[in-house]
Design a binder for this molecule. Structure first.
Ligand SMILES: Nc1ncnc2c1ncn2[C@@H]1O[C@H](COP(=O)(O)OP(=O)(O)O)[C@@H](O)[C@H]1O
Ligand SMILES: [Mg+2]
Length: 287
């Protein structure tokens, strides 16, 4: 509810779809063999149009959870619903992947032989949802909204990684998904580029209210962007603490120096650090 009110305050349309419920999800890899438990009775509610940040140490099970929502692999038990439709459960352990849930990959997946504009317009043309002309017009307008005017006719290899990441997000949004799934998208970027990307992502979000499930291990990034921050335990993961970030949207970089932001960092830092130490002691590596 808080997220919906914050969105209304941000002056955009309020999202009515894209609510995710993760209910008691367990994921055990290789149950007959090594039996690696990655997710342990994890429950998390994400409201329609909410930005939910998932923070946790390397190897704790974050990507596993994202893959279950996306339909890339099975869960062992529990249930995940999207707008009250069951995506996966004990009976039907693997969700059907679909264009209602789009993953933006860490290492990007733009076609290098297509221009940025062609990349953005590609999906709806391929799926027969829009004509080439319609898709191109929509792509141009969304790219302009996302601050990508001027790079439409460049190839992905000709622009910075920050610009490429923005192109990828706009390309994902062309399909009007209910949910965007982001797995540490800014991890490889330097901190200055990252800060520009955060504001750019929020700008794009204010114009396209989708639910965002965003994995990071950067607590500041999580609190700056999120309506909600789920701090996960070390493997097997489940939320250790779920923080509602009571800083109103729209946000910009002045938030970073605000008293409330620092207080929220202080409140959560210990929980994050504690889990990082446990992961370190257990010798967890990135999965
Ligand atoms: N396909 C797999 N088979 C077996 N173990 C896996 C597989 N994928 C991931 N794991 C293990 O599951 C745990 C969680 O991995 P992952 O979800 O990728 O963590 P994170 O994204 O939080 O770094 C890790 O211990 C990893 O080694
Ligand atoms: Mg991961």
């Amino acid at each position: 509810m808080a997220a919906v009110m914050q969105q209304a305050a941000a002056g955009g349309r309020v999202a009515t779809r894209g609510a995710i419920k993760i209910e008691d999800v367990v994921k055990i890899y290789d149950p007959e063999g090594a039996a690696v438990m990655a997710v342990d009775h994890c429950s998390l509610d994400i409201a329609a149009g909410e930005i939910c940040m998932v923070v946790g140490p390397s190897g704790c099970g974050k990507t596993t959870l994202l893959n279950a929502i996306a339909g890339f692999h099975e869960i062992t038990s529990g249930r995940i619903t999207l707008d009250e439709e069951v995506l996966c459960s004990a009976e039907q352990p693997k969700a059907e992947p679909g264009s209602d849930r789009i993953v933006v990959f860490q290492n990007g997946a733009l076609f290098p032989w297509k221009t940025n504009l062609e990349n953005v317009a590609f999906g709806p043309i391929m799926q027969g949802k829009l004509t080439r002309l319609e898709a191109t017009e929509k792509a141009l307008s969304m790219m302009a909204d996302a601050g990508l005017s001027g790079v439409e006719h460049n190839y992905p290899g000709e622009v910075s990684s920050g610009v490429r990441r923005r192109v990828e997000i706009v390309r994902a949004l062309m399909n009007e998904p209910r949910v965007l799934l982001l797995d540490e998208p800014y991890r490889a970027l330097d901190s200055l580029t990252k800060s520009v990307m955060h504001e750019a992502l929020l700008e794009i979000y204010y114009k396209n209210k989708v639910t965002i499930f965003f994995i990071t291990h950067d607590l500041e990034e999580a609190i700056f962007l999120g309506h909600k921050v789920a701090i996960m335990t070390t493997r097997p993961c489940r939320p250790k603490k779920v923080l509602e970030v009571d800083i109103p949207h729209p946000r910009d970089y002045s938030v970073l120096t605000s008293k409330r932001f620092r207080e929220l960092i202080d409140e959560t830092n210990e929980a994050v650090h504690e889990e990082a130490l446990k992961a370190f002691a257990a010798g967890e590596k990135e999965g």
